[in-house]
Design a binder for this molecule. Structure first.
Ligand SMILES: [Cu+2]
Length: 250
């Protein structure tokens, strides 16, 4: 009995020694979902993904390829949603949000295909030779106003670059939520990328050394989406209001 107790305690202590952060909660319309209600659970405890950049686990974390046990929540295009972690982010690095439209139900989608587009990125702020990062418990993003209705995977990626490549290895902290967008538009987001494949080992945002001559930074991955609306490239996240003879067209 004593032996069993000791064995059971070991993994608990091991994880407590380096308690990482995992995004586990999604807030929609001001209502915070329960733990993993709308976010696919991962199977690697609180470890980041540090595999090669060709790993499918970069989509929705280890164990996140299916969403059969995850609920899909409805979000209004243009509204704000928030990811919240169990522990506040404490490794320096950028945050990015991506969406990918599911061919059917979000729960059935594994995130394959060249379907991912970036809707927001958060880099460092440089001030007087030092950089500061937005490190917190929660991160919010607006669902683009012109995104078409339907089911999507909504993905957050915090890339910890405190152990600079190639001596160290950057760490991906990833979670995917399942959402049904309503009240959307008819935009066609671009560019779209595949995950894996969205980040290369040669990307400056992947190789950056935050401890040496760190004066600028480009968040890895594609550009934040733009949409062609009324003949002009606009930020896809912006709801465009154009005065037309019969009223406003968005
Ligand atoms: Cu760590």
């Amino acid at each position: 009995m004593k032996l069993l107790t000791s064995l059971a305690v070991v993994p608990l202590l091991a994880s407590a020694a380096h308690a990482h952060y995992i995004f586990q909660y999604l807030t929609v319309g001001g209502s915070k979902g329960s733990q993993y209600q709308y976010i696919r659970p991962n199977s690697n405890y609180n470890s980041p993904v540090t595999k090669d950049l060709g790993s499918n686990d970069l989509r929705c974390n280890e164990g996140g390829a299916t969403g059969s046990g995850t609920a899909t929540t409805t979000v209004s295009a243009g509204s704000s949603v928030t990811f919240t972690a169990d522990v506040a982010v404490y490794h320096q690095g950028p945050v990015a949000f991506y969406m990918a439209k599911a061919p059917g139900n979000a729960a059935d989608y594994d995130g394959s295909g060249q379907e991912w587009f970036k809707i927001k990125e958060i880099g460092p702020t440089f001030n007087g030779g030092s950089a500061s990062w937005d490190m917190g418990l929660s991160y919010s993003v607006n669902i683009p106003g012109s995104v078409p209705n339907g089911d999507y995977l909504l993905r957050i990626e915090q890339l910890a670059i405190h152990n600079p490549w190639p001596a160290g290895i950057p760490q991906f902290y990833i979670s995917c939520a399942q959402v049904t967008v309503t009240g959307g538009g008819s935009g066609s987001p671009s560019p779209k990328v595949s995950i894996p494949g969205h980040v290369q080992e040669s990307d400056s945002g992947y190789t950056a050394n935050i401890y040496n001559q760190f004066t600028s930074y480009k968040v890895p991955g594609p550009a934040v989406v733009m949409a062609r609306i009324n003949g002009a490239e606009r930020n896809y996240g912006t709801k465009i209001r154009v005065f037309a003879p019969r009223g406003f067209v968005e």
